[in-house]
Design a protein around this ligand. Sequence first.
Ligand SMILES: [Zn+2]
Length: 338
Amino acid sequence: MFGTMLYGPGDVRFEERPEPKIEKPTDAVIKLSASCVCGSDLWPYRGANEVTAPLAMGHEYCGVVVEVGSDVKTVRPGQFVVGSFVISDNTCPHCRFGFQSSCEQREFMIGAQSPYARVPLADGTLVATESQPEEDLIPSLLAVSDVLGTGWYAADAARVQPGSTVVVVGDGAVGLMGVLAAKQMEAGRIIIMSRHKTRQDLALEYGATDIVSERGEEGIARIKQLTKKVGADSVLECVGTQESMNQALQVARPGSMIGYVGVPHGVQFDGQSLFFAQVGMLGGPAPVRRFLPHLMDLVLTRKINPGKVFDLTLPLADVAEGYKAMDERRAIKTMLRV
Ligand SMILES: [Zn+2]
């Protein structure tokens, strides 16, 4: 088969790869129904993470099980499944505590920008649907695997409550999913920081009540003004830069929570400022597995449509253009037809 490899900054290749096969009795092999490019794939693509050896790209996936190892009990060939971008056993103390992304057996999914992929720890990682989902639901089910699960975790970690005021920092795909999540959690006010018209429009569609297009100090001042100098009850930090983290900290009211899901790059904290800010922070890689059954149900019953975040769809063979379009911000998120 042909799959996606990243050789270095800007160097995405669609090339001959070995067919995935069962390597351990706990593995499954799936045929992808669709794949996509993640915002986090752009870190190595842009050279922000060093690439020392070619990487098998892709960690967001849904599809049909083609083969399972001898120990796999909860999924079988022919079933449609969605899994988390983090491989987990779903039985260790961290998994049972709801933090499957810190599983004692944690692995990160790789190689999903391909027609077939191997999923380790299939019993713990995959959730099957009762029947084959309708074709038009595939983009939304794919979104559950990471981008929605991550936006949802940001809102959950920030303890969004009915009626509360939420600020979302970042208008990438995860930020937009954070808006969707906050709306589902019945936030009263959802303010997103965004400077891009297409992203603003989608944010409004997903439930944002206010758009702040100013950045930095001006953006912070605007949010203070919108919240009568109080700040937000919950802040979703969905970027991972020093600037975005500063914005999150400065618009969070005392006693509030920041859910931070942007992978930090060069972010530093000042102990004194953090001490006097009196805000709580919970973040990290999203424990998507915790939310999978609920989010899949919301999609299958057509209560949410996270798949709209894919505003560019390309054949898998054109994956390099998918990266480029996201890097140049011509696309929010690229879906790849397999
Ligand atoms: Zn575990």
